[in-house]
Ligand binder design. Structure first.
Ligand code: ADP
Ligand code: PMV
Ligand code: MG
Length: 397
């Protein structure tokens, strides 16, 4: 074992990746339209510690500790090798998870006692096993995950999970680099090429969780800021006065994979009508991007920018209803905020989950308090987030 390998084994690597809001364009982005998303200051943090193989021939285990759920999962390395073969870990670009590999991972899930009420975790566990074994091989190690994000609520917890995990695993493997080792705990940023690589791995993880992701969530979680995203192409949107958003979590659980599949089914039943819907969403996203950029260059006044954003968000919400992804809880939030002349739209996959409400700069705090109180009286949870911040960050403990 080289000194570098020994150093890596004795060190814990932590990576944190933000959740996101989609301002406009969800679902349509899966079908090739543009969308606009921004990172938010709620993070998922993954840590990896590599462990030594036992002296007595015990190959050790791969452990995943999901702190927020109070659940620990463990797979003996010998069991992983039997199921997946002698995977040795991969330093470069990812190879997509093959159907055979996915079937083997599904079998490995059967060994775990996932509580019925938390069965949705199995998609995240499968993505973890794929990422861990593909990057590090079947060597022993321990991963710990914590998150500020509500899970399965439209704020991109699946992407933040895949990005932070890929970042931590690739750093532990020595594939992407940060200096580290100063003993002082501080978050560092990766270089562009390293971020690109992490993003490619995270996208493969998202595919296991979402089925057919557009890649917008993992991209904004990796690179941060506010972005326009279309067909895999990312444009950074400069934004001098970040928009202020109130987020309302309806607490109605839903699943992105099922909602994305539902929209695709509707599109195959009504191809022409849905193509027009996706086209309209594309125009909305393009217009919203231009307004954000003009405002960054002081070409339009802030109030005029906010009026335009509000109108475009309202139009996008109507089209999301056309796609069949709204929900009665979302409609309740829309009606409630409209009483205070505030515009809202669902964010993420919809079907429940979170709703965005644009907070104009000139709106009084008292209005914000009143609307939040009324929303919470319906059993919803409101919170304010900072929009457009940093993406993936890493620290060696
Ligand atoms: N911290 C986490 N630990 C384990 N699995 C997670 C975590 N965060 C997300 N996931 C996985 O992602 C799924 C939620 O993803 P998704 O339905 O896309 O909603 P969203 O990304 O909007 O939160 C969960 O059901 C789980 O499988
Ligand atoms: C519906 C979609 O546009 C966004 C899904 O976001 P979330 O997983 O609900 O946070 C799907 C995608 O773009 O991959
Ligand atoms: Mg998701």
């Amino acid at each position: 074992m080289s000194n570098d390998d020994r150093d890596r084994e004795s060190m814990e690597v932590r990576a944190r990746a933000p959740g996101k809001i989609i301002l406009v364009g969800e679902h349509a982005v899966v079908h090739g339209s543009a969308a606009v998303a921004a990172a938010i200051d709620l993070y998922t943090t993954s840590s990896i510690s590599l462990l030594h193989e036992g002296e007595d021939g015990d190959a050790g285990a791969v452990e995943l500790d999901l702190r927020d759920s109070d659940l620990v999962f463990s797979w003996p390395c010998s069991r992983l090798r039997r199921a997946l073969g002698e995977v040795s870990g991969k330093a470069g670009a990812p190879t997509p998870c093959s159907p055979d590999e996915l079937a083997a991972i599904a079998k490995l899930m059967e060994d775990q006692e996932i509580p019925e009420a938390k069965i949705w975790l199995s998609a995240g566990l499968s993505a973890f096993l794929y990422l861990y074994t593909s990057i590090l091989g079947c060597r022993p190690g321990k991963a710990v995950v914590t998150s500020d994000l509500p899970i399965g609520a439209g704020l991109g917890s699946s992407a933040a999970f895949c990005v932070s995990m890929s970042g931590a695993l690739l750093t532990a493997a020595g594939t992407v680099g940060i200096g580290g080792g100063s003993g002082v705990e501080e978050w560092e940023l990766f270089g562009k090429d390293d971020l690109e690589l992490v993003n490619q791995w995270a996208f493969q993880g998202e595919k296991i969780i979402h089925g057919k992701p557009s890649g917008i969530d993992n991209s904004v979680s990796t690179f941060g800021s506010m972005i326009k995203f279309k067909k895999g192409e990312l444009t950074n949107l400069k934004s001098r006065n970040p928009v202020k958003m109130l987020i309302t979590d309806t607490r109605v659980g839903r699943n992105t994979k099922a909602l994305v599949a539902g929209v695709s089914e509707r599109a195959s039943r009504h191809p022409d009508a849905m193509a027009s819907v996706f086209h309209a969403v594309n125009s909305i996203s393009e217009e919203l991007s231009s307004i954000v950029e003009l405002a960054a260059e002081d070409e339009i006044a802030i109030t005029s920018k906010e009026d335009k954003l509000a109108e475009l968000m309202e139009m996008n919400q109507g089209l999301l209803q056309c796609m069949g992804v709204s929900h009665s809880s979302i409609e309740t939030v829309l009606r409630t905020t409209l009483k205070y002349s505030l515009v809202s739209k669902l964010t993420g996959a919809g079907g429940g989950g979170c709703v965005l409400t644009l907070i104009p700069t000139l709106s009084a705090n008292i209005v914000l308090e009143k609307v939040a109180t009324e929303l919470e009286s319906h059993g919803f949870r409101c919170f304010k987030v900072e929009v457009g911040g940093r993406g993936l960050q890493v620290c060696r403990g």
